[in-house]
Design a protein around this ligand. Structure first.
Ligand code: SF4
Length: 586
């Protein structure tokens, strides 16, 4: 089998999740991953593809999905067998604070001489803490690390005329005296033209390493192959708990304005994905962010695309925009994050838009043939108390009666807590008192330890002036129960499915109380024993807590992966590799 120069490892949230008894709760109900957060960031594929284009062999191994798919899979044994020039580990969002560090420890244990690099948003935020850990040799900072990682690999491989460590942008490292050096974040590209976001690398890697299992994005992906198309890095908005907000990008990644994918490239990425997958393509980022000209060019380029596409809107839209979307991509689903029914809460969260125009947006979408209209609400927001959460569920009833009046019920509301962590770097994390928040974990190490607490209540890194952690948990389950009943009443879910969801929520509530009792026991050994004893029930309650995860799936018909096409795409990629390479400008 081909040997890789760089092995990119994606860790589970908690490395020992198969042994530990942790009631994760609804932390991942609204994303495709399980609570192990096995989905790796899209940046791993762009780094892999970019380095391959420049002569390095890169292998992505999703340890999390391998561990989830088989109890017998031994991650440590696999790591032991690998011998790359370097290991790369993503620590993008904080739920990986435990697993990522443990995987790095295993790399060092078996290969003390092979460098380990970290990257991702959270790595950037905690670069100084990370670099002082014995498991970590380099941290590559910033939101776009394809070029810095290439330069680091050139350096580590001893290529002639390779840059020295001080010459590598965005790099944090330690010099011979053990002094931490953080090179300036001088690589922050203005656009996303340098990356390929069409998953052709993944197709190629499967054939080269004869290993499909390691690149699967999440458990169950083969049955529901949803993919993402990236329109932007950065954001023009300032949601208070978001580590991807405009202020966080400026402070952490030296990004003054978002980097957009050229609209024609974005449309081509979507068409390329559709060559091997019939699954939905989620366009990350509101396509209106870059302005009208961008939106026009994208909609002109994608016009006639028949595959399922999911779009997200960061605020209300006018009828003309919705009409043009419907015309360009007839198989479209829309997602709107309304956060709360209350305009006051939404404004305090940093989204100052009104209910009226947003409800009109929903009406236009339903009238113009949207396949599904998903509306998201959150718990744990500024100025939001227990009653406000319940009022949000009442508002869902209003939306389902007054806005979606059709018999086919396409408007589907969801509610879930901001969990397990609010992002470091977000306005709220940087200024908790100003926004009415209190944090239980600030450092990387505190977050790492929080992740192995026995229930999500103890994992939560915050509470608010309006709801403590107990109330956040209680309102989540109560809102989940009420919304589930509402969905059954309106036929959005079958009565049988609603009954199952209700039984899961009630079981989760009982288990939360049981965990609370165990936590109050002084004898640590007895605590561990009792927690181990309830592990089977805890594992059972860890999936689809407040709604059934499948509720998020856009319906698909027939075969979802086009395998003959995938094979021909691979051959095409090999031929492309043999062709002369484009000249680099950076
Ligand atoms: S949550 Fe708000 S700030 Fe964060 S990416 Fe979405 S729109 Fe931007």
């Amino acid at each position: 089998m081909a040997r890789a120069d760089l092995v990119l490892l994606h860790a589970p949230s908690v490395y020992d999740f198969r042994k530990e008894s942790i009631l994760y709760g609804p932390v991942s109900d609204l994303v495709p991953s399980t609570p192990v957060f096995e989905m790796y960031p899209i940046g791993l594929t762009t780094i892999a593809e970019y380095l391959e284009r420049h002569g390095f062999r890169v292998r992505i191994i999703n340890l999390a999905v391998r561990m989830l798919n088989s109890d017998r899979f031994e991650a440590e044994k696999l790591i032991q067998k690998l011998e790359p020039v370097a290991f790369g580990i993503d620590l993008h969002w904080m739920p990986h604070a435990h697993g990522a560090i443990e995987v790095a420890r295993l790399c060092k244990k078996h290969h003390p001489g092979i460098p380990v690099m970290f990257g991702g948003f959270s790595s950037t935020y905690y670069h100084e803490e990370l670099i002082r850990r014995p498991e970590v040799d380099y941290v590559v900072r910033g939101d776009s690390t394809e070029v810095p990682v290439l330069k680091l690999m050139q350096h580590l491989s001893g290529q002639p005329e390779a840059p020295t460590l001080p010459e590598i942008p965005n790099l944090t490292w330690q010099d011979a005296d053990g002094q931490v050096q953080d090179n300036e974040i001088s690589y922050s590209p203005e656009n996303l033209d340098h990356v390929l976001i069409d998953y052709s690398y993944v197709v190629k890697a499967v054939a080269r390493y004869r290993d499909l299992a390691s690149v699967l994005p999440f458990k169950g992906w083969l049955g529901y192959p949803i993919t993402a198309a990236l329109s932007v890095r950065g954001c023009t908005h300032g949601c208070r708990t978001c580590g991807g907000s405009a202020s966080a990008f400026a402070a952490l990644h030296n990004r003054r304005r978002p980097a957009y994918r050229a609209p024609e490239h974005l449309a081509q990425d979507i068409r390329n994905i559709a060559r091997f997958s019939k699954g939905p393509v989620f366009i990350l980022g509101d396509i209106r962010q870059a302005g009208e000209e961008y939106t026009d060019r994208f909609l002109r380029s994608i016009r006639g695309f028949q595959g399922p596409v999911i779009l997200e809107l960061f605020r209300d839209a006018d009828r003309e925009f919705i009409r043009r979307v419907a015309e360009a991509m007839p198989n479209w689903t829309l997602e709107i994050s309304l956060e709360s029914h209350s305009e006051e809460v939404r404004r305090a969260f940093g989204r100052p838009f009104k209910n009226g125009p947003t409800e009109d947006t929903m009406r236009y979408a339903l009238e113009l043939g949207v396949k599904r209209l998903d509306i998201f609400f959150m718990i744990g927001l500024p100025k939001q108390d227990y009653q406000s959460v319940m009022d949000t569920v009442d508002y869902c009833r209003y939306l389902m009666t007054e806005v979606d009046r059709g018999p086919d019920r396409r408007l589907i509301p969801f509610i879930s807590p901001l969990a397990p962590f609010l992002d470091p770097g977000s306005p709220v994390f940087e200024n908790p008192e100003r926004y009415g928040y209190r944090f239980f974990a600030r450092s990387l190490e505190e977050h790492r330890q929080a992740l192995v607490q026995p229930s999500w209540k103890y994992v939560l890194n915050y509470e608010t002036q309006w709801m403590n952690r107990d109330q956040i948990v209680a309102s989540t389950y109560e809102a989940g129960l009420r919304l589930n009943r509402l969905k059954a009443e309106f036929g959005v879910v079958s009565q049988a499915q609603a009954d199952q969801t209700e039984a899961r929520i009630l079981r989760a509530q009982r288990l939360m109380a049981q965990v609370d009792d165990i936590v109050s026991i002084a004898d640590a050994e007895r605590r561990v024993k009792l927690l181990r004893a309830i592990k089977p029930q805890v594992d059972d309650a860890n999936l689809s807590t407040v709604c059934d995860k499948a509720e998020l799936n856009v319906p698909m018909r027939g075969i979802t992966l086009n395998l003959p096409r995938t094979a021909s795409l691979f051959i095409e990629q090999v031929l492309r590799r043999l062709a002369p390479k484009p000249k680099e400008t950076w």
